[in-house]
Design a protein around this ligand. Structure first.
Ligand SMILES: Cc1cc2nc3c(=O)[nH]c(=O)nc-3n(C[C@H](O)[C@H](O)[C@H](O)COP(=O)(O)O)c2cc1C
Length: 263
């Protein structure tokens, strides 16, 4: 059976999706593989489904860095993948602060699932919490860097097996912040159009009464970004503090970083 390339992503605000698709498309072309359907893990139904990986397949796995780590809701679907020597190209997509241990966590996780990990990258997107950090990223320069990365990844994979790629990061991985029940507020200008509920990756927004948000929000900001009335906001002091820290310290442009096994 011919091998497939799949873009696999969790992407509430779309940056990881765009990056995964770009890299998958170049890899499929360069390696003459089938560019098969995306595995979009943004919504719970897709995260619960079964996915079969063929031995020669290539997955391009892009995820937003949350608190320096892989979003923890991805651990369960990832643990159900069996690599059987298939290739994966992990992309840590972060909001211009840092990716900390997220890329290392991804590389090690795939390695334990019997994937071959020969190329990986960390790329910048606008920060979900504020338009003032990573503004307009990924931009044309980022997409060019992704394209160049994908060509190099394709030739590295074509060379065949090797030691797994070395990426920055520490063990134990960065401690996750204590769970906090923080949910966006809905202002009176809400027209109950329901767009917010349709993009929520954890389905905590009521479809019939979108001003009601149940516990379990992961603060991805998809509902805030999509609202045509700007009716959804975080007015929690912790989120305000994080935004202040980001806007004070994380505005200087960070550049993509790429890593290849044996080079
Ligand atoms: C809960 C949360 C935590 C985040 N933590 C980080 C972080 O540790 N470092 C960073 O640079 N960006 C961080 N970000 C920003 C996202 O990584 C960035 O906006 C992401 O690439 C958006 O991906 P998406 O467009 O695919 O949803 C965080 C965003 C959220 C919502």
């Amino acid at each position: 059976m011919a091998a497939n390339v799949h873009a696999v992503y969790f992407s509430p605000t779309g940056s990881s999706r765009a990056m995964a698709q770009e890299v998958a498309s170049v890899l499929a072309q360069d390696m003459s593989l089938t560019h098969a359907e995306d595995w979009d893990w943004t919504f719970p139904e897709a995260r619960a489904a079964e996915y079969n990986v063929g031995a020669g397949d290539v997955l391009v796995f892009a995820f937003p860095v949350y608190a320096g780590r892989i979003p923890q809701l991805l651990l369960e679907p990832l643990a159900r993948l069996a690599g059987q020597g298939a290739y994966v190209v992990p992309l840590a997509v972060y909001g211009n602060r840092h990716y900390d241990d997220a890329l290392l966590e991804a590389v090690e996780l795939f390695f334990t699932r019997q994937f071959s990990v020969l190329a990986a990258g960390a790329f910048v997107a606008e920060h979900s919490y504020t338009h003032n950090v990573g503004t307009g990223r990924p931009d044309a320069q980022d997409m060019q860097a992704l394209n160049a990365f994908a060509h190099r990844a394709a030739s590295r994979i074509a060379q065949g097996a090797g030691e797994r790629v070395q990426v920055p990061g520490n063990r134990p991985y960065k401690a996750l912040p204590p769970a906090a029940d923080i949910r966006p507020k809905t202002l009176d200008v809400c027209t109950q159009c329901g767009l917010c509920a349709s993009v929520c990756p954890v389905r905590v927004i009521s479809e019939n009464a979108p001003q009601l948000t149940a516990q379990g929000c992961v603060r991805c900001c998809a509902c805030i970004k999509i609202c045509p009335e700007q009716a959804r906001i975080f007015d929690d002091p912790l989120v305000k503090k994080i935004v202040g820290m980001l806007e004070a310290n994380c505005v200087a442009r960070r550049e993509p970083e790429t890593f290849f096994a044996g080079s």
